[in-house]
Design a protein around this ligand. Structure first.
Ligand code: SAH
Length: 328
């Protein structure tokens, strides 16, 4: 709290489509998982959800989906961004909801269009900063270099840039994790989202399920320690206490806050679709509705003694400091 204050920012997380053209070996919604019932929310559903969020005091949302590069998808996202901005302006939020986008690797032009349309923060996890390990998690067409290029593009365009890694990946070492934190530092990253890797049964990584509770607890503790060390090293960045933490431990998100996180992203995907956005096994909050999730998360945050930032974007302090210190 010395670095970022005691208040916690909320972002409503809208998982607006599970269509995906990628085939990441760890992910439950990879394109080769034919068991997934694919969906895309309608514009009305997304706008209604956004208005709900704005009225509930969230201040910001995260729009997340699988990765698609089709013209249809890009036009759709752009249209939605503009409409969310237009329909959520109020006295409390003069510029509308803050919007973080998380739709994967896109071209420079697409990133520019999305920025212009109103997204001002972007999450794109590097998944691991070790190029060799990255190669083992993804099929040949998906490259580490391309991901780095995308992170550079996002920063140049003016986004607050978020990235992050999974913890406990097959073949990952403690040294890899230490290097991940140095990677965040060297790249001057504004926001971090990290969580434990949790195997999904319909993926090539199904065999890496943590059946042993001691091992499971070790990975969970390691994820909390990653948050703590990242906070100590990077100081003024936003760090999310992720859903995957809660998947491993019922009070995982509260512990994430106690270990140094300052952002929580409650689910606001319409309940009917939540069970179709299973990135990993045992994802929590898939049967609850939005009101339940909001009151639950408020209770959870307050149980840590922290307060909630209402009706604010909750931007990364690091980003503001980065701009202030920019040499002209
Ligand atoms: N298509 C978007 C959103 C990806 S899902 C994008 O490319 O950014 C968001 C994150 O969920 C991923 O970046 C990954 O780190 C995490 N994730 C996916 N599968 C997971 C698993 N099995 N266990 C834990 N986290 C997982």
């Amino acid at each position: 709290t010395e670095n970022i204050g005691e208040r916690v920012s909320l972002r409503g997380l809208v998982e607006f489509s599970n269509n995906c053209s990628c085939d990441c070996y760890y992910c439950g919604i990879r394109k080769s998982n034919f068991k997934v019932r694919r969906y895309t929310l309608t514009k009305e559903e997304i706008i209604d959800t956004s208005i709900y969020c704005a009225n509930a005091g969230y201040g910001s949302i995260v729009l997340q989906s699988g990765e698609m590069q089709s013209k249809k998808f890009i036009d759709y996202v752009e249209e939605i961004l503009i409409e969310i901005k237009n329909s959520t302006r109020s006295d409390l939020l003069p510029e509308g909801l803050g919007i973080t986008l998380c739709v994967g690797e896109q071209s420079a032009e697409t990133y520019r269009r999305f920025f212009k349309a109103g997204a001002h923060r972007y999450l794109l996890r590097i998944e691991t900063s070790n190029e060799g390990l990255f190669g083992k998690l993804h099929p040949p067409g998906q490259s580490y270099r391309r991901r780095l290029e995308c992170l550079d593009l996002l920063k140049d365009i003016g986004y607050q840039v978020g990235t992050g890694v999974m913890i406990g990946l097959p073949g990952q070492t403690l040294a890899n994790l230490a290097e991940d934190i140095l990677f965040f530092m060297e790249r001057d990253i504004d926001m971090i989202g990290m969580g434990p890797f949790i195997a999904h049964h319909d993926t090539p990584f199904a065999g890496f399920a943590l059946d042993n509770s001691e091992r499971k607890n070790n990975i969970y503790q390691l994820a909390l320690k990653m948050i703590a060390v990242t906070r100590i090293v990077l100081k003024d960045v936003n760090i999310a206490s992720t859903t995957a933490l809660q998947a491993m431990n019922p009070i995982g998100r509260e512990e994430g806050l106690n270990f140094g996180a300052n952002v929580v992203m409650p689910q606001i995907t319409p309940s009917a679709y939540r069970k179709d956005y299973l990135l990993y096994e045992g994802k929590p909050c898939v049967v609850e509705n939005n009101d339940e999730c909001l009151s639950c998360i408020k209770r959870r945050i307050e149980s840590t003694g922290r307060k909630i930032k209402c009706n604010e974007w909750g931007d990364s302090l690091h980003f503001n400091n980065r701009l202030k210190n920019k040499v002209l």
